[in-house]
Design a protein around this ligand. Structure first.
Ligand code: 5RP
Length: 225
């Protein structure tokens, strides 16, 4: 099976976690896009969604699925999203698609986080995938110096084919930290959150996934944490 077929299989399996009549939090990225396309088939069963990025909101609306402002939502049954890396205990690196801050905010409101990922995302130790950190632009250099002290090599994410900084939906910039071997994800998440100028770090460890649907050639495996 191709990676896309594995992503599609977990996206389809995630429909079992959609709660009828409820608001569903929807993540960002290629796996989340497959999920949106599956959700479109059962859109009449749900009240609506909250999107973790402008790209996701636009794909949801394109399918005629209602998208609510998070400020107008008091409860969310489930948040469904992909990951760049996930461990056997449900800690994740996210933010390859630059939506980490809104993903963390929407996930924090949901009762359950269901991660959907192809099998290549399961790792023993987080950190091979560069860790994304969203920052206030004026703090870029000072945050990069602090991140270097933690042992990684911080690199400013740029727009494809340009030296200009990539700008997020929130007006922030992304620093990708290469070369970290993350043995204590909760401690590192807390440490990076303390750096002044950081908006959010793409470590989802203190509040990781509750369920992971992992696409493998033997079928979809369900890990619960
Ligand atoms: O965190 C994310 C976006 O900010 C994505 O969930 C992550 O990058 C995985 O993406 P994909 O499903 O395309 O592999």
């Amino acid at each position: 099976m191709t990676q896309d077929e594995l992503k599609q299989a977990v996206a389809r399996a995630a429909i079992d976690y959609v709660v009828d009549g409820e608001i569903i939090g929807v993540g960002t990225g290629s796996t989340a896009n497959f999920f949106i396309d599956e959700l479109a088939r059962i859109k009449d069963r749900i009240k609506g969604t909250v999107a973790s990025s402008e790209a996701t909101a636009s794909r949801l609306r394109g399918h005629g699925i209602p998208v609510f402002d998070l400020n107008d939502v008091t409860s969310m049954a489930v948040y469904i999203d992909g990951a760049d890396e996930i461990t056997a205990s449900g800690a994740m690196i996210k933010g390859g698609g630059a939506a980490l801050t809104r993903e963390k905010i929407v996930a924090s409101v949901a009762q359950k986080f269901v991660c959907i990922a192809d099998g290549s995302k399961l790792v023993e130790t987080l950190g091979k995938f560069p860790l994304p950190v969203e920052v206030i632009p004026m703090a870029r250099a000072s945050v990069m110096r602090q991140l270097a002290l933690l042992g990684g090599q911080p690199r400013l994410r740029t727009k494809p084919g340009s030296d200009d900084a990539f700008i997020t939906d929130n007006g922030g910039e992304i620093i990708d930290v290469v070369g970290l071997s993350i043995t204590d994800p909760v401690a590192l998440e807390e440490r990076i959150n303390q750096i002044v100028g950081v908006i959010a770090v793409g470590l989802f460890a203190r509040a990781g996934a509750n369920v992971c649907l992992l696409g493998t050639s033997e079928g979809v495996k369900t890990l619960t944490f």
